[in-house]
Design a protein around this ligand. Structure first.
Ligand code: ATP
Length: 239
């Protein structure tokens, strides 16, 4: 790859309090790239995203984003640099309306107005426009997931991290979300994606990392990873 990486993780160890979860993690995301993190339950995928966004603490190594060291930076500082995290379980405000949820996520970071970003989100997810004044809690799981992605986009991120965006969604809705992830990437955004739907993730990803018990066990371009026997072994508990 010719470009400098947008995100570079080197020798990262991290965890929660004194509990170490990840060790020796090296990972890069280049501009416009979709990088997928795979691995069985408990492998440390969410912890990796949490370490990048400043929620879990790094105990060794470094995280560099857009040329700046963000190791153990505060979550608010990380998102203000243009690295947005759409967490697992969505974590939208159930008792606010769709539009109010978007307002709370607007930072005025990249210079575009709230209305401009909101309208772009409404274009991407027409159902959110239809439901703009409805309570978030009244929406289906798929609609709430769309709102979670739309919220993350209100920060005008250069890199969007998504934790299991298809979890619990009907296949058609999951494909719709992935279609939008691909569109965002072709518009120039980088994406770091944790996904349990391995097939869908590898269809859309450029590069993939396989995590197991807190370490990178395998990495390569999506086709290489899809063809690798270690992938099925990891999911069957053999790795
Ligand atoms: P899943 O697909 O099940 O979410 P994962 O690969 O995302 O798995 P993590 O959620 O990162 O895995 O969990 C990795 C390990 O960290 C697990 O052993 C888990 O029990 C532990 N863990 C997760 N959150 C915390 C926490 N807040 N405090 C302590 N340990 C945690």
């Amino acid at each position: 790859k010719t470009s400098a990486p947008l995100l570079r993780i080197a020798g990262l160890a991290s965890g929660y309090g004194r509990v170490g979860i990840l060790s020796d993690i090296d990972l890069e995301v280049h501009p416009k790239e979709i990088v997928v993190i795979l691995g069985p339950n408990g492998a440390g995928k969410t912890t990796l995203l949490n370490s990048i966004s400043g929620v879990a603490k790094a105990t060794a190594g470094s995280i560099t984003f857009d040329g700046e060291d963000i190791t153990n930076a505060r979550p608010e500082a990380v998102v203000r640099k243009g690295l947005a995290h759409c967490p697992e379980g969505r974590q939208i405000f159930q008792r606010l309306t769709v539009e109010e949820n978007l307002v709370t996520a607007y930072l005025g970071r990249g210079g575009r107005s709230f209305e401009d970003l909101r309208d772009q989100a409404f274009e991407m997810f027409p159902i959110l426009k239809e439901r703009r004044n409805g309570m978030a809690s009244r929406m289906s799981g798929g609609q709430q997931q769309m709102l979670a992605v739309a919220r993350a986009l209100m920060a005008e991120p250069k890199l969007l991290m998504l934790d299991e965006p298809s979890l619990g969604l009907a296949p058609l809705i999951a494909h719709q979300i992935f279609r939008i992830i691909l569109d965002l990437s072709s518009d120039g955004m980088s994406v770091l994606l944790v996904e349990q739907n391995v097939q869908l993730a590898l269809e859309c990803g450029d590069h993939a990392y396989l995590l197991n018990t807190g370490r990178v066990r395998l990495q390569g371009n999506a086709q290489q990873i899809a063809a690798h026997s270690a992938l099925s072994e990891a999911y069957l508990g053999g790795a």
